[in-house]
Design a binder for this molecule. Sequence first.
Ligand code: GLA
Length: 388
Amino acid sequence: MDLQRCYYERFQSPPKLLAQAPGRVNLLGEHVDYNQGVVLPAAIDRRVSLAVSPRSDGIIQLYAQDLEQEVVFNLEGLDSKNTLDGSPLPGWAHYPAGVAWALQRRGLPLSGLQAVFTSDIPIGAGLSSSAAVEVAFAAAWQALGGWQLDRLELAQICQQAENHYVGVSCGLMDQFASACGVEGHALRFDTRDLSWMPLPLLPGSVIVIADSSIRRSLAHSAYNERRAACEQAVMLLRRVLPDIRSLRDLTPPVFAAYKDLLPDDVRPRAEHVVREIARVESAVSALRRADGRAFGALMYAGHASLRDLFEVSLPELDALVEIARGLPGCIGARLTGAGFGGCTVNLVEEQHVDGFVSALSEAYREKCHRNARVFACRASQGAGSTWL
Ligand code: GLA
């Protein structure tokens, strides 16, 4: 059912505001955003959409249309993570509640609201469905509150919600891409100084996403573990390189000179990060000179590194990349997002997209006995809201 109609049926009045925020795909620079590296994501044309009206009683009443679940909680007492009747908030409600909590901590005026929301971003598939929920609600509260924050600041507030309320130590990439996306462009985002710029995608290329259909059930703990390994590497290397603040400060040759100081379970993790950061810079130059071959080679190398050094791939994701690599028109392919399941991102020459989509789905079914959802998407504009 149409979102506005669903809202009307639930609340017997039309909504006052529509807000939306897109998911994202990352072209290169994986697991570097919490190491002060540079990333290269794009917002995609899959999004969370929200129909909403303010309430003056400080109550948040949310209906998740896709899950057919309603939750009601109070802006006072968000710390308890409970609904109005004292039961624990369901997992999905932690994202909007976390955003309200982070906005409150920031001292921004916040109103109660009633809302219906829906999403066409596959959940838990590495396309930032949760960041999109956070950013869509932040955009709604911004419009309702009449205050105006820089998009990047809005993204940072959503990241705080995820880090301190939801409990995932994610970097800033996902919320950034969802808030700041630019149509037809990838975004070069430096997570150290927070500068960013849009870069046109390779001319004649299309982003194709292949969803392995495997969900990342272990992702949260494994993600936090990977992050801890990177922090440990910095701590150990500081004994000999006291000036480094993060793995961003190491070039591949400097890392090679000191890597033997790291224990076996930490060294490959750090090596991935150091080399991946260098790969993103090369990829940005390749994009600027529209060199698809060089860009694609960096994507394949990035995937191999996530598989062998950072160990966040799965045989199914490796299969998707290997199959894609052999198909006509494939410029590059790799897993995208945190890994442990989810999607691969492929850059495909425009005239080969249809054949690529069907050949990849078919070969994956044959090899892995699973159905992949393979779809082309467009790089899109970031979050926004409209008064009705
Ligand atoms: C998740 C996190 C991001 C980033 C990626 C890996 O999507 O939310 O911050 O670390 O994994 O690159």
